[in-house]
Design a protein around this ligand. Structure first.
Ligand SMILES: *[C@@H]1O[C@H](CO)[C@@H](O)[C@H](O)[C@H]1NC(C)=O
Ligand SMILES: *[C@@H]1O[C@H](CO)[C@@H](O)[C@H](O)[C@H]1NC(C)=O
Ligand SMILES: *[C@@H]1O[C@H](CO)[C@@H](O)[C@H](O)[C@H]1NC(C)=O
Ligand SMILES: *[C@@H]1O[C@H](CO)[C@@H](O)[C@H](O)[C@H]1NC(C)=O
Ligand SMILES: *[C@@H]1O[C@H](CO)[C@@H](O)[C@H](O)[C@H]1NC(C)=O
Ligand SMILES: *[C@@H]1O[C@H](CO)[C@@H](O)[C@H](O)[C@H]1NC(C)=O
Ligand SMILES: *[C@@H]1O[C@H](CO)[C@@H](O)[C@H](O)[C@H]1NC(C)=O
Ligand SMILES: *[C@@H]1O[C@H](CO)[C@@H](O)[C@H](O)[C@H]1NC(C)=O
Ligand SMILES: *[C@@H]1O[C@H](CO)[C@@H](O)[C@H](O)[C@H]1NC(C)=O
Ligand SMILES: *[C@@H]1O[C@H](CO)[C@@H](O)[C@H](O)[C@H]1NC(C)=O
Ligand SMILES: *[C@@H]1O[C@H](CO)[C@@H](O)[C@H](O)[C@H]1NC(C)=O
Length: 673
């Protein structure tokens, strides 16, 4: 039986791809079981699938073969979609009511009418259906097939609201993670031909294929800057996590976003602490269509319940400071009416919080929150500028790609230093770069492995090979793996190509798995920035990653390839006979590129050497004048007070120490596994 089917398959394969063969209408399945009825058939492809200003534009190119008696059915359910045997073609009729509400069968008619070459006519409006609202008959010209067009343009909601026939079940599957929501649907494209032209009620044959449409939305929150109105209180940013809000039906509500915000306030005192002023949280959005809907949670406002002081010695003078951790959760209104796929839309706004200062007694070496009195000073305002970036990506399964995104890039104070950030990065400042990948469903089985990390001067962020094409004098290498192979536009780069590059090793790198604190798994690299110029300038970071299977996880089975079914329906005979199965036309899918290295390029700005310093291009350092040292905590040249103190004679990074740390971090990583 299986051999027999394989033979049929081969024949079907052969006949479909060896050019047009004389079609024989009305002929039954031949003795060798080869069904030639579909030998000369066009296909349905996606011509356009985009969102512009919140409106969907979906255009399908439907190839009609002149001289063939055929009808195309575009539906979000398979031809044999239910058990009631109520399929689209029955008793010589094409029944609109037996297709889904979003199908292309906008009217019922005698099947003969549809089969004819004149069957497909231009129409605007949806007919009796809900979705496709434009049908355009193509012209034949010199082509062998007519390119008809079936299209939908309108609100995304209409498309997302499509249901299967006679049910309330959405045709879309949704999967969501903290930062990404993915919708997927399968549009079946079915070519139907009569089994016996003269007796259409005798049944039809069909060839069914499909197009998987994918729609993803990513959100990222970036903390631009955090400020305090008073010198007494210094805020330090911890994180901003944006996540999806769902409505009562469990569907994502695009018009809202949840934001979890954490920052620390620092007071240079071991007796003073801060207390949040009740109901003082406020949000002012740059775009008035965005706004604060609800403060979901805020800290208690009584001194006894306020976050406790953690007394931490100051890193410069060793004096005790009170560190308090503040958590807020907001529900925001987000305007998505101007969405354009592939382009992030920014909702930027300022959050502000008021704090009262209290002086407390110290008992047993701790700030005692039950023994506090309010200070007679005005309340301090802490304000944070946060950007919530929303990006939608529309694709189909064949065009789908693995993409890398910047999750976070922060300087030593946890503030954003990505290209859009407010401040530059100093010489010898430690920078943390977090990169995530999409689609998120692959994160279950794969993680990122870093094979190259480079920094160069200039803005080459638009170039996929970024710093790889920069002059070696204008860059340094922070990470390179022996197995690196990266190809772009005919040029291949390998580990050996960077042997003579200046090195400034990353001081930590690794994959940070999902946890309560890190809902989005990311690859984290931490590098110490070196000067590639005396002046402030645009710098580029170029990284190359591989996706590798997670430890202890078997690879996800490859998703099923396209299956074309050719079923011959015999109304008299309830059991449909299958004449062909799983015909494997090689289609590209996302798993085909999983082993390829992927580059990720981003930028930041360097704030320049201190004015008094001299730039040394060979050592990529800012060199302070005699009797001064570069302080890598304040990023300035400071008077050398005591000879031998200050930890170094210039800003030269200690590469030996970095290697030791690297080794340590690798060991830690191993222990972690
Ligand atoms: C569709 O309409 C035809 C003709 O009115 C009817 O026979 C058939 O039962 C209908 N199918 C469904 C699923 O309602
Ligand atoms: C197909 O169309 C042609 C031309 O419009 C017409 O003459 C013919 O009768 C049609 N055939 C059927 C079966 O309706
Ligand atoms: C078909 O017509 C197009 C323009 O209409 C032309 O560019 C193309 O070369 C033609 N193809 C053939 C095979 O004549
Ligand atoms: C679908 O939902 C509507 C309202 O939610 C309900 O009135 C209707 O009965 C449901 N239909 C089915 C087939 O479940
Ligand atoms: C939707 O999910 C169901 C159940 O997991 C699955 O059988 C179906 O293939 C999915 N459809 C698409 C288009 O991914
Ligand atoms: C905080 O403010 C809200 C709204 O103004 C009020 O309902 C609530 O009672 C206040 N809580 C305290 C502890 O003062
Ligand atoms: C919040 O800010 C707006 C202006 O952006 C201001 O009108 C409003 O009074 C503020 N609310 C509070 C509670 O501070
Ligand atoms: C704080 O002070 C109160 C009152 O003096 C005392 O009962 C309590 O034990 C103190 N708490 C701590 C943690 O020392
Ligand atoms: C870098 O160049 C790209 C285009 O080449 C531009 O869009 C981007 O704004 C530039 N970045 C900066 C920070 O100048
Ligand atoms: C690819 O390489 C060719 C030849 O080396 C060059 O002319 C072309 O500009 C390159 N294209 C890109 C996009 O870099
Ligand atoms: C930056 O990282 C290096 C290596 O871990 C470390 O020695 C140095 O203290 C860090 N600098 C700051 C300001 O944290």
């Amino acid at each position: 039986m299986s051999c027999y089917m394989a033979a049929a398959l081969l024949l079907l394969h052969g006949s479909l791809f060896t050019g047009p063969v004389q079609a024989r209408f009305g002929s039954d399945i031949s003795t060798d079981n080869a069904d030639n009825r579909f030998a000369n058939m066009g296909q349905v492809t996606v011509k356009q699938w985009a969102v512009v200003d919140g409106e969907v534009d979906l255009k399908l190119n439907v190839e009609d073969t002149p001289g063939e008696l055929e009808a195309w059915i575009l539906d979000f359910q398979p031809y044999m979609h239910n058990d009631d045997q109520q399929w689209p073609v029955e008793d010589g009729w094409l029944w609109s009511n037996q297709t889904g509400e979003c199908s292309s069968v906008h009217t019922s008619a005698e099947f003969y009418t549809f089969l004819n070459d004149t069957g497909f006519q231009s129409l605007s409006g949806t007919g009796g259906k809900n979705l496709f609202n434009s049908y355009t008959r193509g012209t034949l010209g010199n082509a062998s097939r007519r390119a008809d067009e079936v299209a939908y343009s309108g609100p995304l909601k209409t498309l997302l609201d499509c249901k299967s026939q006679g049910s309330n079940e959405s045709v879309w599957n949704m999967t969501s993670t903290e930062d990404e929501v993915e919708f997927r649907t399968r549009l079946y494209v079915i070519n139907v031909r009569p089994k016996d032209y003269y007796r259409p009620q005798k049944g039809v044959s069909f060839v069914q294929s499909h197009i998987d449409l994918i729609w993803r939305l990513y959100r990222t929150a970036l903390a631009r800057v955090i400020l305090s109105s008073s010198g007494l209180l210094r805020p330090v940013f911890e994180y901003a996590i944006v996540s999806t809000v769902y409505d009562v039906n469990g569907d994502p509500d695009w018009s809202k976003a949840r934001l979890d915000l954490r920052f620390i306030t620092i007071t240079d005192s071991d007796v003073q602490m801060s207390v949040y002023v009740n109901a003082s949280a406020n949000y002012t959005a740059q775009n008035p269509a965005n706004g604060l809907r609800e403060v979901v949670s805020a800290p208690p406002v009584q001194p006894e319940q306020t976050p406790a002081c953690q007394l931490i010695p100051h890193y410069i003078d060793g004096g005790l400071q009170c560190h308090q951790v503040w958590d807020f959760t907001f529900l925001l209104d987000i305007d998505t009416t101007s969405l354009v796929d592939g382009q992030p839309i920014d909702a930027t706004g300022d959050f502000s919080f008021m704090y009262d200062s209290y002086t407390c007694a110290v008992t047993n070496g701790n700030v005692n929150r039950t023994l506090c009195t309010k200070d007679a000073v005005p309340a301090t305002k802490v304000s944070a500028e946060i950007t919530i970036q929303t990006t939608v990506e529309l694709t189909d399964a064949e065009a789908d790609e693995i993409t890398l995104h910047l999750h976070r890039m922060v300087g030593s104070d946890n503030e954003d230093v990505s290209v859009n950030g407010r401040r530059g990065v100093a010489h010898l400042e430690n920078v943390t770069v977090e990169v995530k990948f999409s689609p998120a469903f692959l994160r279950q089985d794969y993680q990122l492995e870093l094979t190259l990390f480079m920094v160069c001067i200039g803005n080459v962020t638009e170039h996929p090979a970024g710093c790889l094409v920069a002059d070696p004098d204008d860059r340094y290498v922070a990470w390179k793996e022996p197995h690196l192979v990266f190809e772009y536009n005919g040029t291949t780069w390998r580990h050996g190509d960077f042997l003579s590059d200046y090195e400034q090793p990353l001081y930590w790198q690794g994959y940070v798995h999902e946890s309560a604190e890190n809902p989005t798994p990311v690859h984290r690299s931490q590098f110490t920035n070196l000067a590639l110029s005396a002046q402030s300038a645009q710098y580029t970071i170029t990284t190359v990653f591989y996706l590798v299977a997670k430890e202890g996880r078997r690879r996800r089975a490859l998703p099923a390839r396209q299956i074309i079914m050719n079923k011959v329906l015999e109304p008299e005979n309830v059991q449909p006979a299958e004449t062909g199965l799983a015909f494997s036309r090689t289609r590209r899918d996302i798993m085909d590129t999983i082993d390829e290295p992927k580059s990720f390029v981003t930028g930041f700005s360097f704030s320049g050497c201190p004015e008094v310093a001299k730039y040394n291009p060979y050592r990529r350092t800012c060199e302070c004048p005699d009797k001064m040292v570069y302080n890598s905590l304040t990023f300035t040249c400071e008077e050398l007070e005591l000879p031998g103190s200050g930890g170094g004679s210039s800003g030269t990074p200690d590469i030996g120490a970095s290697y030791a740390l690297l080794l340590l971090s690798c060991l830690l990583q191993l222990l972690h596994w």
